[in-house]
Each structure stands twice: as C-alpha cells, then as structure tokens.
Design a protein around this ligand. Structure first.
Ligand SMILES: Cc1ncc(C[n+]2csc(CCOP(=O)(O)OP(=O)(O)O)c2C)c(N)n1
Ligand SMILES: [Mg+2]
Length: 532
C-alpha cells in the first residue's frame, strides 16, 4: 500500500513544479523525509534542481540569493528549531519583496502541545512576515493551497506548513501525479509621463537605491539630472554622497527609485526636500517621512531637461571628488581597497556585505558597474556568504563577495556547505578588528573608547584563512596593494578567500568630503560660489 505521506509529498512537489518552482533547498530531517523522496523522484525526472544544506539558516539565505537572481525557490525543513532557522532570511525576502516558498514539515497537529518530541507551533512561527501562510493537516489535500500560496509569493515569502503522519518512507507503489494549474493573466500597468508628475522647473536629483528602475535612471541621465545612486543601483559609480553633502540645500525635488538605505545625507535629503516623487512598484514603497507628492509604478516618455547650471555645478563637484578619491589609490584602507575592487574585473558580479563594506563602495567607487548586489532589505550582517553563493549558483557565474570581519564570522558555516559540487566564488574579508561602523556614529566619541571595544566592536577570535582552509577553500592573507591587484586581476576560479587587514576608519565620508572642498577651492575661484 502506498505511503499516504509520500503520496502527498509528491502531490506537493508536483504542484510546486507546475507553478514554476524548479529550485529547492532541502534541509534534512525525519519529518520532512517524504519531501526528500518526492524531490529525489522529481530530480530523477529532471524536473528540479536540488541544493542540500545542513544549516537551514544558511540554506534560506542561499534561497534569497537565488530569488534575487530571478529564480523563485522553495526551502524545505523538518519540524522544530529547524523551521525557526528560516526566519532571518524570510525577513530579508519580505523587505526586498522577493518571492520564496518556505515549506516546513510538521507533526500531525494532534501532537502539538502534548509533549511530543521536536514539535512546536509552526503555524504563525514567522509572525506577520510571510505574505501568505497555510497549514495543511496530515492527510489533507495540498494542491489548491499550494496554487494560491505560490501566486501570493509574487510579493514576498510565503509559508507552507504540511503535517505528515507515519510512515514517512515510500512503500514502492506511489505514482507521480499529473498536476494541472490554471493559467493566470497578469494584466498590464500603464505608467504616467514624466511631465505629469515631475516639475521640470525645479533643481532635481534622482536618488537610486537598491532595486532602482534602470529606465528612470537612464532617462534622468539623458536629461542631465544628477543621480545619487547606491552601489547596487544603476547609475552608480560617482561620489554622490560627497557631492550631495555639499549641495543638499539646493535640491528642490527628488525622484526616488529603489530603496535607498546607505547614507545619512540621502536620508536627510529625503526628509527635508520640498518635493518628492517615488517611483516604486513595491507593496511597501520607500517613503518613511510620508510626504511624497506622487507614488507611481514607473514613468514613461522623456525626462524634462535639467537646468544647465544645476548640472554643471554638480559635475564640477563630482569631478573634484574624483580627484580627491584618486589620492586614495594604493592605500590599504577600507576606501582604497573598495576603490581597487570596484575597478577590477567589472564583468564579475559583486556581492557586498552590510555595514561599512557597502558604504565604502558607495563613497569611493568610480565608474559605473553593473551586477552589484547586497542584502539591503534589512541590512543584516547575517547570511551574506550564503546569499552570495545562492546568487552565483543561479547565475552560473563566478562571484566576488566582499564583507567585514564580523559579517564573515557570522556566516562561516556557509563555507562548509556544498550546494553545488563546484562553484567559483571569492570571499574578500575586510578585517578591521570588529564592527567599525559604530565608530563613525556617536559611539565613536573619545569618551566611549573603552566601552566601544567591549560592547560595539566585539572582535571575534576567528582567523578567516584558517577557517577557509579547514573548509577546503583556498585562502590567503594579503597586505599590499600589488598583491591584492594580482588576485583581483586573476579569474575567480573555485572557492577561495582573501583576508585583507585594514585600519579601522572613524568616518568614511567626512574625510573625502573635506578633501573635495579643499580641491574645489584650489581649482577655481568660481567654486567659492558653490561651496560657501
Ligand atoms: C544580524 C545583525 N546583527 C546585528 C547587526 C548590527 N550591526 C550592523 S553593522 C555591525 C558590525 C559589522 O561589523 P563588520 O562586519 O566587521 O563590518 P564593519 O562595520 O567593521 O565594516 C553590526 C553588529 C546587523 N546589521 N545584523
Ligand atoms: Mg569590521
């Protein structure tokens, strides 16, 4: 007689496949074993790609990487704490509105709350995080629930909790179900024209954050509108935070696209600018101040030309900022190294860790670069290596991931995982002996120096090279610009780690901004009118 649980697991996987889900992170356990057998059958039929992970937290972040690369993944765990491990990645997926299906196997519901082993309340486990959630009791049909759930996943993570009763292994006579799903018509959206919502008489900047609309950025560029783009947005690669610091009071209108999170200057601008247009198709559009005049899903037509004087002022300061930044070349500092990495092998996708790593690129990178990514949803320092591995796996491309030392230590487990037998990934650890970002905030003041080390820096006793070697990665410590350059010019092959010690920075932007002002004063008398 066929196993009822294995039959339902097959129905579940066949329905997920029919809904277009072909990539599965599978984390082992006893309760989710029926799903393992179902996946193995689907794999035999070449219907799915399966990435086995022992560590569910890492596996879930790997899935976020897949999703960021355009694949809708499912992550399968067993019951108990295993299910809880998905929560951080689901939070990140929620904020980026990335589709992801969390499938947790559960005990039959009558075993909840009666002291049964590895049994907890899994329905509602992630609180309000999933955009949809369904729990299916043991023995109940799963198809309809899954169809509705996967459709809801367009807007973020969803949670499917399925209870399985014993026996959990195949009895040998289960069939592979034929599952048909409805065709869904997605309809069309029409966008307003630029001139309908953007005032062409105002001095405007486009702020492009993570997930920005490349059409908006390219139209703005043609019209000469200055662009303040974060490293993960199109139009990146200037020293916009530095320029903005000097011109912030002159901006009369902002067009926001994507979710900007990196610089305090941009946040101040967004809070104070008189006129703001948000271009976003996200369910939760970025406007914390809540005073946007318009929120639109896109713009059509051409952008109104910027005033020539406004573009010229911006350009002048931007080129002086570049002169100031060029003085960093050769430095083994966070900014110097970020600049060096940014300009090496632009064809290799970059994955940037949160904290100062991504900010250093925001300030020091020069020259536009595509294919730069980061978990900017909740800007966690967890799961960075796992997400980068997932993104690289989805793109089937070598990838370079750059992060701070705490960020590395947080996700070291990922170095031991082998979701793919072979992968080309380079992890660069910018090691400044703990968490440094707080030193550039109020906590960096001299009166807190002693407290800082113990409460904020929390330096880990971890040797990244030793860890990497122990996990079968290649690894080296690099201390000179030239040695780093040799590594950055070589193709990324296999798994390897580069450990780069850098001094702790107290403020990334102030120094560059100061240098830019000096350069401006020297370069032209006219600039006195620009920088008072
Ligand atoms: C999961 C998580 N825990 C805590 C934080 C708060 N946090 C932000 S940056 C940071 C320190 C990061 O240190 P490191 O990776 O060495 O980068 P650095 O600031 O030194 O550049 C911490 C703890 C966070 N963002 N995510
Ligand atoms: Mg650090």
């Amino acid at each position: 007689m066929p196993s009822e649980s294995v039959t339902r697991a097959r129905e579940a996987i066949a329905t997920l496949i029919a809904m277009g889900i072909t990539d599965y992170v599978y984390c082992p356990g006893s309760r989710d074993a029926p799903l393992a057998y179902a996946l193995a059958e689907a794999e035999k039929r070449s219907l799915v790609r399966v990435y086995p992970f022992a560590d569910e937290r890492s596996g879930a972040f790997f899935a976020v990487g897949l999703s960021r690369a355009g694949i809708v993944p499912a992550v399968i765990t067993t019951s108990g704490t295993a299910a809880a491990e998905l929560h951080p990645a689901l939070e990140e997926a929620k904020d980026q509105e990335l589709p992801l299906v969390a499938v947790t196997a559960d005990r039959p519901f009558e075993l909840i709350g009666v002291g049964a082993s590895q049994t907890t309340t899994q329905h509602g486990l992630y609180g309000p995080t999933p955009v949809a959630e369904v729990s299916v009791p043991a023995g109940a049909a799963v198809k309809e629930a899954i169809i509705r759930l996967v459709r809801a996943a367009k807007r973020g993570p969803v949670h499917l909790n399925i209870a399985f009763a014993d026996p959990l292994i195949p009895q040998g006579d289960e069939i592979w179900p034929e599952v048909r799903v409805p065709l869904f018509d997605e309809g069309e959206t029409t966008f307003p024209r630029w001139n309908d919502v953007v005032d062409g008489n105002l001095d405007t900047v486009v702020v492009a954050g993570d997930g920005a609309d490349s059409e908006v950025v390219s139209h703005a560029r043609i019209a000469g509108i200055p662009i303040v783009a974060e490293p993960t947005a199109p139009g990146n690669g200037g020293h916009a935070p530095v320029v903005l610091q000097l011109l912030i009071d002159r901006v009369q209108q902002v067009i926001v696209t994507g979710k900007p999170t990196l610089s305090r200057g941009v946040q101040s601008l967004l809070a104070q600018v008189p006129r703001k247009v948000v271009v976003s198709s996200l369910r939760i559009w970025p406007d914390p101040a809540g005073h946007a005049q318009a929120v639109v899903p896109g713009l059509r037509g051409t952008a109104p030309s910027a005033r020539a004087q406004w573009s010229a002022v911006w350009e002048t300061i931007a080129s002086e900022a570049e002169v100031a930044a060029a003085a960093l070349d050769g430095d083994m500092t966070l900014l110097g190294v970020a600049r060096q990495i940014w300009r090496s092998q632009p064809e290799v996708p970059l994955w940037l860790g949160a904290s100062n790593a991504v900010r250093a690129f925001d300030i020091a990178g020069w020259g536009e670069r595509n294919n730069v990514h980061s978990n900017r949803g909740l800007a966690g320092i967890d799961g960075t290596i796992s997400t980068a591995i997932g993104f690289g796996a989805a793109r089937q491309q070598p990838i370079r991931a750059v992060m701070g030392d705490l960020t590395f230590a947080y996700d070291m487990n990922a170095l031991g995982a082998r979701p793919l037998p072979e992968q080309d990934i380079q992890v660069i650890v910018l090691d400044d002996g703990g968490g440094s970002i707080f030193a550039s905030l109020e906590h960096g003041k001299p009166q807190f120096t002693e407290l800082y080390e113990r409460y904020f820096a929390v330096k880990q006793s971890v040797d990244p090279v030793g860890v990497a070697l122990a996990c079968g990665w290649g690894a080296q410590r690099v201390e000179t610009h030239n040695d780093l350059q040799d590594i950055l010019e070589a193709p990324v092959r296999g798994r390897n780690l580069v450990h780069v010690p850098v001094p702790r920075e107290s403020s990334l932007i102030t120094d560059l901004s100061h240098r830019t002002q000096i350069a401006l004063r020297k370069s032209s008398e006219n600039c006195r009118t620009i920088v008072p």
